[in-house]
Write a protein that binds this ligand. Structure first.
Ligand SMILES: Nc1ncnc2c1ncn2[C@@H]1O[C@H](COP(=O)(O)OP(=O)(O)O)[C@@H](O)[C@H]1O
Ligand SMILES: O=P(O)(O)OC[C@H](O)CO
Length: 495
């Protein structure tokens, strides 16, 4: 009898493999970082072959270390960084170019042109998105335009487009299966989230041939099998990482929300079977589709969160490791009036400004490294507040608590400041690998390893952070943040 579900979590900075047991416990995990390519300012690329090699390596490492064989694994669930766009040769499996990462801004001008052509309402109504370089659509157009012969080859059906979910399934099945799931399809700016089909108008506006696109599947079903790790294992769950995290946080009821602090920060609020349009700069997105029922979510996407801590580490060399940020932040009582706005890739929700760029405000002769580190950590929490304010207005509800996860949710200083600045309790579960857990749950449901009723009990509280800040202090600080954000907007000139 198989005893585990294997989750593959293909994130922006690393590949992970995680084993979950039937009682929902995390048995073990293996992780490997891969190269980030920055060929020009605000361009970000990944080598899909390197990602594939890293993903296989972490699975092998995990199976070896735990003495697990293919026979012990009931199913594989895949979850991935969304929007990151890859095109590869259908026959050879060779990518035609590096993948263009979700943070990449090279198509900002193409997005402006779409806005000028009056497409904003259509995009919002059909795809639930705003026009932004974040999504895959303009990245596909860029690749077809800039790689010689690519558009003609795509029209002849010789190429495959996919986000990292599609890529992994294609590779795991030896090139047999070219699919994606509704959550990932919904981030392309080409997909009608209510009709559940590619949108003809967007395909034609972005000159994307249907032949290039994967078949769109639900989040919990058998897509194919892999024999790469010994016996045959079904691949049975697949979802974009933020949707998987919503599921892994057991936010199954409308009104429940989670926020993931990874490279970026992504807050999703379950809105049930209703796709709620946003009036306040959020996205309407598919939460998941299971057994023919589609549920939706409102999403606030913040592009730079943990990446700002990586910048402190790798760019400024102010800290050696991400967790050191907590130590330095606690060395000072406040930020000394400093605000850091990490708009390195423009600003996402609720501002959607592709031309904003990062800045540090309020510097004085007394500003120290600790002030800058503290202000950078606080910038994550302020961005989340921007999103929560918008969400409460859109959903016409006040959130009593917020479930959190992701790498930076381990930082107690950040979590306490988050609760303080929101005025809302922040709840961190025991398993913060909720993205992987969600993917595992989706796969486990498909093969009968779990029933839906088993899943709620997997959520267990680790720590609750309650707001301790008085309302006046909170609004004074937030006003400072809003002033700083305003000054970063429109910084970069449009091409
Ligand atoms: N203790 C910490 N304090 C602040 N940030 C952290 C901490 N630990 C990790 N991070 C940040 O979290 C991110 C990694 O989180 P993870 O969920 O693995 O992200 P992703 O899935 O996007 O690769 C990194 O950007 C890192 O800088
Ligand atoms: O890799 P993460 O966890 O930062 O998530 C990336 C998002 O899916 C991008 O939309």
């Amino acid at each position: 009898m198989p005893t585990y579900i294997l989750a593959l979590d293909q994130g922006t900075t690393s590949c992970r493999a995680i084993l979950f047991a039937h009682d929902g416990t995390l048995v073990d995990t293996a992780q490997k970082e891969f190269t980030q390519y920055y060929p020009k300012p605000a361009w970000v690329e990944h080598d899909a072959n390197e990602i594939w090699t890293a993903q296989v390596a972490v699975v092998r490492e995990l199976l070896d270390r735990t003495g697990t064989t293919a026979e012990d694994i009931a199913a594989i669930g895949i979850t991935n960084q969304r929007e990151t766009t890859l095109i590869w040769d259908r026959t050879t499996g060779e990518p035609i170019h590096h993948a263009i990462v979700w943070q990449d801004r090279r198509t900002a001008g193409m997005c402006d042109a779409l806005k000028e052509r009056g497409l904003e309402d259509h995009v919002r109504q059909t795809t639930g998105l705003v026009i932004d370089a974040y999504f895959s659509g303009t990245k596909i157009d860029w690749l077809l335009e800039h790689v010689p012969g690519a558009r003609e080859r795509a029209e002849r059906g010789e190429l495959c487009f996919g986000t990292m979910d599609s890529w992994l399934v294609y590779k795991l099945t030896g090139g047999e299966v070219h699919v994606t799931d509704v959550t990932n399809a919904g981030r392309t700016m080409l997909f009608d989230i209510r009709k559940r089909d590619w949108d003809e108008r967007m395909l034609s506006e972005l000159r994307v041939p249907r032949e290039l696109l994967p078949e769109v599947k639900s989040n919990s079903e058998v897509y194919g099998h892999t024999t790469l790790f010994g016996g045959s294992i079904p691949i049975a769950g697949m979802a974009g990482d933020q949707h998987a995290a919503l599921f892994g946080q057991a936010c199954f009821e409308p009104g429940q929300a989670k926020n993931t602090y990874g490279t970026g920060c992504f807050m999703l609020l379950n809105t049930g079977t209703r796709a709620v349009p946003s009036q306040h700069g959020l996205l309407t997105t598919v939460a998941w589709e299971i057994d023919g029922t589609t549920e939706y979510a409102l999403e606030g996407s913040v592009f730079i969160a943990g990446a700002a801590i990586q910048w402190l580490r790798d760019g400024l060399k102010l800290i050696d490791e991400a967790p050191d940020s907590e130590y330095y932040a606690r060395k000072v009582e406040d930020t000394g009036g400093v605000f850091v706005v990490p708009a390195f890739a423009g600003l996402g929700a609720p501002y959607w400004d592709m031309y904003a760029r990062g800045a540090i405000f309020g510097l004085t002769r007394g500003t120290s490294k600790a002030h800058i580190v503290r202000a950078t950590l606080q910038s994550l929490a302020y961005q989340v507040k921007d999103v929560l304010e918008a969400m409460q207005k859109d959903a016409n509800t006040e959130l009593k608590n917020l479930r959190v996860d992701g790498g930076a949710s381990a930082n107690d200083f950040l979590m306490q400041f988050q609760a303080d600045i929101l005025g809302t309790a922040v709840e961190r579960p025991r398993i913060v690998e909720t993205t992987a857990l969600g993917a595992a749950m989706l796969a486990g449901l498909a093969v009968g390893f779990w029933q839906r009723s088993d899943l709620v009990a997997t959520w267990q509280l680790d720590k609750q952070f309650k707001s301790q800040m008085d309302a006046e202090d909170r609004s004074k600080r937030y006003a400072g943040w809003q002033k700083a954000v305003e000054r970063t907007m429109g910084w970069e000139d449009a091409e």
